[in-house]
Design a protein around this ligand. Structure first.
Ligand code: KG4
Ligand code: ZN
Length: 338
């Protein structure tokens, strides 16, 4: 007898993207993201505005998702939502919405950890490849930078963390110093393509163990730009591509140095990346290049790098199959433990 594949609704509202996906088995039926443009004019996410925009977006995004998936709410087997980490006001919108649906439809609720979900996105069936257990995942987003040992769909152990800024934050803050609009990561990636990454050498931080630090780099870039602009007010405009390439090169070098150390120490060559910064073209290229040293590198599809509902749905599916259901009484958690 063929078993019916479960249909999971995934709801993501942890930061500034309102995202909903519908998953059947390991296949995405629809995956909608409403990116909030409002934050661009403020140079970063304004939490209060993010919560309000989630309120406005969430019903239309659900309606679009259901239509594209050719589903009705009664087809859904369970509702997965991002419980944290993230911005409390943003999380409250998604969690209240998920709880309302769970109560109204009498379907189980699944509490997903946003950071684990970034990793779970690798198991959606339309990625170029699927990692085998155990594997290492470098999870690089706007709020986190982690190296995770992934033992199974649900067992994951953080080996290294950032002690201050995240890699995405380093991209965004460097961009802000150059008056590149938020989020600066994708634009630095774009400008860096025609720049010389050796033009301006920045200091590579060296932390003990597997942890990261990016705050020193941030200060280094700030002082460097301040001095150069004093000498030549047009310095940034005249050297934008070289500065972007140099900043990007430094961030990637810091990330890959640590990742290589973990690969060597754990003797695990199965390596994945996840999170918004995993969309970075140079990081993807340099990681792939390590395959000549025996690494097997897994790069997520672009739409599964930055925040999305698909990753919440697939992470929810693993909880659903394990019978790990959520509780309507549990509040969202901005600092949800891994
Ligand atoms: O995972 P994500 O969508 O949200 C969080 O959970 O934080 O990551 C957003 C981060 C932002 O800092 C953004 O600048 C960065 O990912 N990002 C990139 C690129 N695309 C997004 N950074 C560098 N290069 C990119 N192509
Ligand atoms: Zn994220």
């Amino acid at each position: 007898m063929v078993q019916k594949q479960s249909i999971i609704l995934g709801i993501e509202t942890s930061c500034d993207d309102t995202a909903i996906a519908i998953l059947r088995g390991n296949k995405i039926l629809s995956n909608y993201v409403a990116t909030q443009e409002i934050h661009t004019e403020f140079g970063g996410v304004v939490p209060e505005l993010a919560s309000r925009a989630h309120q406005q977006n969430i019903i239309p995004v659900l309606e679009k998702g259901l239509k594209e998936a050719n589903c009705s709410l009664s087809d859904i087997d369970a509702i997965a939502y991002s419980r944290g980490p993230g911005l409390l006001g943003s999380l409250l919108v998604g969690s209240s919405f998920a709880k309302g649906l769970s109560l109204g439809l009498n379907k189980p609720l699944l509490e997903v950890n946003h950071m684990k979900a970034h990793i779970s996105a690798h198991f959606i069936n339309d990625n170029a490849s699927t990692p085998k257990f155990p594997f290492l995942c470098l999870t690089v987003s706007g709020g986190h930078t982690q190296i995770v040992l992934v033992k199974s769909f649900l067992e994951m152990e953080v080996l290294g963390n950032t002690l201050d800024d995240a890699a995405g934050e380093a991209f965004d803050k460097a961009a802000k110093m150059m008056e590149i609009p938020y989020p600066g990561g994708p634009l630095i990636d774009k400008y860096a393509k025609t720049g010389n990454h050796l033009a301006f050498p920045f200091k590579i931080s060296s932390m003990k163990g597997y942890n990261f630090s990016f705050s020193g780099l941030k200060t280094g870039i700030l002082y460097f730009l301040r001095q150069k602009v004093e000498e030549n007010p047009h310095f940034i405009q005249e050297n934008l591509n070289d500065i972007c390439a140099s900043v990007q090169h430094t961030i990637i070098t810091i990330l890959l140095k640590k990742l290589s150390k973990v690969v060597k120490d754990y003797n695990i060559h199965e390596v994945a990346i996840a999170g918004g910064v995993s969309a970075n073209s140079e990081l993807r290229k340099q990681l792939k290049a390590n395959e000549v040293d025996g690494w097997k590198v897994h790069l997520p599809k672009f739409e599964y790098c930055t925040d999305n509902g698909a990753m919440i749905a697939i992470a929810g599916k693993f909880l659903f199959e394990a019978g790990q259901f959520g509780d309507l009484k549990n509040p969202p958690s901005p600092r949800l433990k891994f």
